[in-house]
Every structure is written in structure tokens, then in C-alpha cells.
Design a protein. Structure first.
Ligand code: RIB
Ligand code: CA
Length: 312
């Protein structure tokens, strides 16, 4: 039985691959909609990119624009990684599809309000502004959610500062609200995404089936700008790890522990304080934090699912 899924994202090169993975997996997930947020690039661009990626996939998934800035702090983007347009290397035409009118937070509330208890998984792979606002405005929507699977945070080093991972750094207040909302959370931090790194052989396997999706994803991976950080041959596909957990949770593992966020404006802003040793000084356990992944299984799944587009 396919699990009902909503993806909140900021496409974003790895968001795009995560969306393509989800849309290629109808036996596992029924993608109800995609909500977008300002993050890697501004929300106008994340909206256009989400529309373009669904068009590339040939899937008419509803796409709804959300918050253009974090709840409290100013938006800081990552165009140096994702390109000014947000999809460096994908070379996609502008979308002809249009967004669902209205705001993503209202769409999330209406969709979850109408859903059966525990029937929807929410996968959040950008800053958590939309998700936090929806939960604050209508706490009752928690009933519809079986869990929130988020890419974000770090047990160890961050990536945007030594302390913080980008999604949490951009909107630390939203992250703290989501982690404290009482919805079960599965967190895919940098510690797990940095253990599944592309390389030329893996990119070749993704490119091999041919077709526009293979070309776009291989183009993204070839153009990845900071391979040197990861040994020089490739880089992580952060957001696809969160979707892969929903499809095949057995390929990853971690620990359930307390996670809280530094919402201050000092050098540790956006730090996820992961109580890995199971303490409760910061509060009860509120997240399954993943730190291990079978990277061969991950790339086998990603390659197999992306190849399905070539057969379309
Ligand atoms: O730190 C990685 C995360 O930040 C990913 O979601 C990437 O898309 C960026 O949003
Ligand atoms: Ca993202």
C-alpha cells in the first residue's frame, strides 16, 4: 500500500533528485503535493524549479509556494552551491505548469485536516518554515501525520558554519518548533548524508539509461561544486537520503535521542544538539537520528528508480 507523502522543499539540486526519486516510486509513495520554501534560492526560484522538475518527470503533482523567508531571521541562500537559478547543471527549460494558488501553509493545513489519522508522511528537505507555521496555526494537523522525515542538522560538524547544517541554520526557530511539536521525527543529518557520496561510476550508472531525466541528474552531479570536500570524485545527495529512508528504511540506522536547536544569534546558531548518549538533561527523546547508511543499496535504489523514467 503506497504511503501518502507530502514533500516540503527548496529545489535545489539535491531536492530535485529527491523529488525525482519519490515520483519514480508509485508503489511506495503516493505524492499528494509539493510545497516549496525560500532556502537554497528565493521562493520564486524554488517554485519554478519544483514545477520544472515535476514537468521533467511527467507527473502533474500539485506544487504550492510557501514562505519567502524564515520566521525570525533574514533569509540566507546557497546559490554558490545550487547556482543562481537553483538547479546548477540540470539545464531544464522554464516550466509551463503553474502552481496551485494560495499559500503552502494553508494547503498543508487543508490537506492534513482532511486526511485520516496517521495516514500522511511529511518529508521536509529545506528550511522548516512552512512546516512550523502550519503546526503553530493548526496543531490538530499533527493527528494526520505518522511522522516528519527531515533532512537537516548534524551530530558533528555543520556545513554552513562549523556548528550548523544549512536547513536548520536558515530557520532555527522553525526547526525548534518542529522538533517540539510532538510529531515523531526521523532526522537525516549530515552524518548520514556524507556517507553516501557519488563518484564517476555511480554517475555513469545514472546517466546510462539515457533520456532527459538521466541527463538532468547526471548533469547536476557532474556540476557539483564542492567535490574536493568529499575526496574529489563526487558529493552527497543530502535530500535523496531522506526520501530513501521512506522507501527503504532498512538501509539506514541510528538512535532515538533528544535533539534541540540553538536559536541564538551567536556562532552556534542553528546547532542541533543531539544527545547521542541518551541523556535526558535537554528533554525526552524526540527524534530518530540516522548516522549509518548502506551507500551501495542507496545508489542501487536511486539508479533503478531513476532508470524507470527512461522507459516512460
Ligand atoms: O545541508 C543540506 C541541505 O541544505 C539540503 O537540503 C540542501 O538542499 C540544502 O537545502
Ligand atoms: Ca533542500
Amino acid at each position: 500500500m503506497a504511503r501518502k507523502l507530502i514533500i516540503d522543499c527548496d529545489p535545489g539540486i539535491d531536492d530535485a533528485i529527491a523529488l525525482l526519486l519519490a515520483m519514480a516510486s508509485p508503489e511506495d509513495v503516493d505524492l499528494l503535493g509539493i510545497t516549496v520554501v525560500g532556502g537554497n534560492v528565493g521562493v520564486e526560484r524554488t517554485l519554478a524549479n519544483a514545477l520544472a522538475v515535476t514537468e521533467l518527470a511527467g507527473r502533474a503533482v500539485p506544487v504550492v509556494a510557501g514562505a519567502d523567508r524564515p520566521m525570525v531571521v533574514e533569509l540566507q541562500t546557497a546559490a554558490h552551491i545550487h547556482g543562481e537559478g537553483g538547479l546548477r547543471g540540470a539545464d531544464l527549460p522554464p516550466p509551463t505548469r503553474t502552481a496551485v494558488p494560495g499559500h503552502a501553509v494553508d494547503w498543508l493545513r487543508a490537506t492534513l485536516r482532511a486526511a485520516a489519522p496517521g495516514s500522511v508522511t511529511l518529508c521536509a528537505i529545506g528550511p522548516l518554515t512552512n512546516v512550523a507555521l502550519a503546526l503553530l496555526l493548526e496543531p490538530g494537523i499533527r493527528t494526520a501525520l505518522d511522522r516528519i522525515v527531515l533532512m537537516g542538522g548534524a551530530i558533528g560538524l555543520g556545513n554552513v558554519t562549523p556548528a550548523a547544517e544549512f536547513n536548520i541554520f536558515v530557520d532555527p526557530h522553525a526547526a525548534q518548533i518542529v522538533l517540539g511539536a510532538g510529531v515523531p521525527v526521523v532526522m537525516a543529518p549530515l552524518d548520514v548524508t556524507h556517507r553516501a557520496i557519488t563518484n564517476p561510476a555511480r554517475v555513469h550508472a545514472i546517466r546510462a539509461p539515457g533520456g532527459p531525466v538521466a541527463r538532468a541528474v547526471a548533469g547536476i552531479l557532474d556540476a557539483y561544486p564542492s567535490k574536493a570536500k568529499f575526496g574529489g570524485e563526487g558529493g552527497p545527495i543530502h535530500d535523496a537520503c531522506a526520501v530513501a529512508w521512506i522507501l527503504r528504511p532498512e538501509m539506514m540506522s541510528g538512535r532515538t535521542c533528544n535533539v534541540r536547536v540553538d536559536t541564538g544569534d551567536g556562532p552556534s546558531r542553528g546547532r542541533t544538539l543531539v544527545d547521542w548518549w541518551g541523556g535526558d538533561r535537554n528533554g525526552p527523546a524526540n527524534a530518530l537520528v540516522l548516522d549509518r547508511i548502506d551507500d551501495e543499496a542507496f545508489f542501487a535504489l536511486l539508479t533503478e528508480r531513476l532508470a524507470r523514467y527512461a522507459a516512460d
